[in-house]
Design a protein around this ligand. Structure first.
Ligand code: ATP
Length: 259
């Protein structure tokens, strides 16, 4: 689904990615882990079409990526919710914008079919257990509910690719585990390709069928750890899970080149 070929990208003459290539197949769940400042968020922004490679190319489904695409959902650490809008309005936001601009991001022609908003928004609020707080503002609900609102807002737009940047970082451990499992269920049900950036080793091992380990930039060839047990709640209680956590910890400590 995603092909990065020979991508070079950096800020102010300092390369973060040098001749960097990576492939993601449709339906895969990836976790990207690495130290602060190594370029994880930048990699997501490149995949979202919010940054352009200085050299090389990114293709999604065989099409060169030149701008954000309608079927890519992006969920950020601080949820990006509008504080002055209710949960319902926050979830409806993307559909309203799409109705105004059209699915391709340009102004919709006057005779464009008006997509339904009410039904899908209510359905997602129900599905994510948010119906009771639909008239609340983000400041009046818990961190877990805010994160579920952000997930509902992304999924109501029917993405096929979901990019998540440290989505559960500020949540307590039980809420984080619930939302990790919910995200995996939704990934399966909605046939999503999932790419999740995290600092947290346990989260990477639960979420990523394949885990990209980034060291200090510039990054050339990504280190990839295969992790086929990801996504199964029972996996957390197995020896294989603990071994993967240990393997990842070692990979993160090892200097580049010796992994
Ligand atoms: N717009 C920008 N202009 C200049 N430098 C930037 C810009 N955005 C990020 N950087 C720098 O690029 C590097 C990578 O940043 P990025 O946010 O991608 O890292 P990260 O791995 O996501 O970090 P963290 O885990 O702390 O969020 C950092 O050194 C950062 O300071």
């Amino acid at each position: 689904m995603i092909e990065m070929r020979g991508v070079w990208f950096g800020y102010g003459g300092r390369w973060l990615f040098q001749d960097f290539s990576w492939s993601v197949r449709r339906g895969e769940a990836w976790a990207i882990i690495g130290p602060s400042g190594c370029g994880k968020t930048t990699l997501l922004y490149l995949l979202a079409g919010l940054r352009r490679p200085q050299r090389g190319e990114i293709q999604i489904d065989g099409q060169p990526l030149r701008r954000p695409r309608p079927r890519t959902g992006l969920i950020l650490q601080d949820y990006g919710l509008l504080p002055w809008a209710t949960v319902w309005e926050n979830v409806a936001l993307g559909l309203r914008i799409r109705r105004f601009y059209g699915p391709d991001g340009r102004h919709a022609p006057a005779d464009a079919p008006v997509g339904e908003i009410e039904g899908p928004v209510n359905a997602w609020l129900e599905r994510l257990g948010l119906a009771a707080v639909r008239e609340h503002y983000p400041g009046q609900i818990s961190g877990g509910q805010r994160q579920r609102t952000a997930i509902a807002r992304a999924l109501v737009l029917k993405p096929d690719l979901l990019l998540m940047d440290e989505p559960f970082a500020s949540l307590d451990a039980p809420t984080r585990e619930d939302l990790q499992e919910l995200t995996w269920r939704l990934k399966e049900e909605e046939a999503l390709t999932l790419i999740l950036v995290t600092h947290n080793i346990e989260e990477a091992v639960f979420m990523g069928q394949r885990i990209m380990v980034l060291g200090q930039p510039p990054h050339t060839a990504p280190v990839i750890v295969e992790n086929p047990g990801a996504g199964d709640p029972a996996f957390r209680r197995t020896a294989a899970y603990s071994e993967q956590v240990e393997r990842l910890r070692r990979a993160l400590r090892a200097p580049a080149g010796s992994r």
